[in-house]
Design a protein around this ligand. Structure first.
Ligand code: GLP
Length: 260
């Protein structure tokens, strides 16, 4: 794992944006895996700015989102569809037909999940999967106890995740109980995983993900098995890492050709 610790979330997001932008420039038909939540907001703002100011071209890019709430119409203000259009897709030139987000209203969830997996494969696989992390260590919506080789499927949210999402749904009672999420096996097939985490609230999940054992009880820990997992953290999210000084030293002494 590559651990990059930055003084704040702004600078951390800048590094993540440079990684994504480099891929988009080098591979105009790249496939991006998108995440939602508060964490990637600055990354998306930076990408929109790069599109506007330096013509970063998303015209050939395909995207797959990690998850969507079951029973939530795409037009619902708290759907993950709405989030993506509000914060990214309305502001860049990614063609609508190349945007893929699980359908929370599908009548046949298993069939829709199989189709989603097939679509990822047909697109050639995900080049960079952007990830946040839940306070309980979930990635996508793979809650603790998720199979480490799971595929896109329906999951039941934990109490903790429903509480974390409560503000967006006007209170915990409004938060859907189920989601469709890419599995840990799906995420692990991405060529690169780029996980962002900011704030003290994430420090424990980050420490367990990086320095704890690989366990289904901390789904993010499966990234230890990924050949190219980059974690971009602010100081607070890194505050419980035992080897933080070493990670910082490694980053500061990268040869020029390895820098972002
Ligand atoms: C959500 C999403 C994750 C996200 C995480 C953290 O529930 N399913 O993809 O990374 O929880 O959210 P936030 O970035 O708002 O802290």
């Amino acid at each position: 794992m590559e651990i990059i610790i930055q003084p704040d979330s702004r600078q951390a997001s800048q590094i993540a944006a440079r990684i994504v932008a480099r891929l988009v420039r080098e591979k105009p038909h790249a496939v991006l895996g998108m995440a939602t939540g508060k964490t990637p907001l600055q990354l998306y703002r930076d990408l929109v700015l790069m599109h506007r100011e330096s013509g970063l071209d998303f015209g050939g890019i395909t995207s797959f989102n990690l998850d969507e709430y079951v029973g939530t119409p795409p037009a619902h203000p708290s759907s993950l569809h709405s989030y993506m259009w509000a914060h990214l897709f309305s502001h860049i030139n990614m063609p609508r037909e190349r945007i893929n987000i699980p359908d929370g209203l599908t009548a046949d969830i298993p069939a829709a999940c199989r189709k989603y997996e097939q679509a990822v494969r047909s697109a050639g696989g995900i080049d960079v999967q952007i990830l946040g992390i839940g306070t309980n260590g979930h990635i996508g919506y793979n809650e603790p106890s998720s199979s480490l080789s799971s595929r896109t499927r329906i999951k039941t949210l934990t109490e903790e995740s429903r509480l974390d999402a409560a503000a967006a749904f006007g209170g915990e009672e409004g938060v859907p109980t189920h989601v469709i999420t890419m599995g840990l096996g799906t995420i692990m097939e991405s060529k690169m995983c780029l996980l962002l985490a900011f704030g003290k609230k994430k420090a424990r999940a980050v420490a367990l993900t990086v320095e704890g054992p690989v366990t289904a009880m901390v789904p993010g820990s499966i990234l230890q098995m990924h050949p190219r997992a980059i974690l971009v953290l602010d100081k607070d999210a890194a505050s419980e890492l035992k080897m933080a000084d070493y990670y910082t030293w490694v980053h500061d002494h990268k040869p020029d050709w390895q820098k972002y």
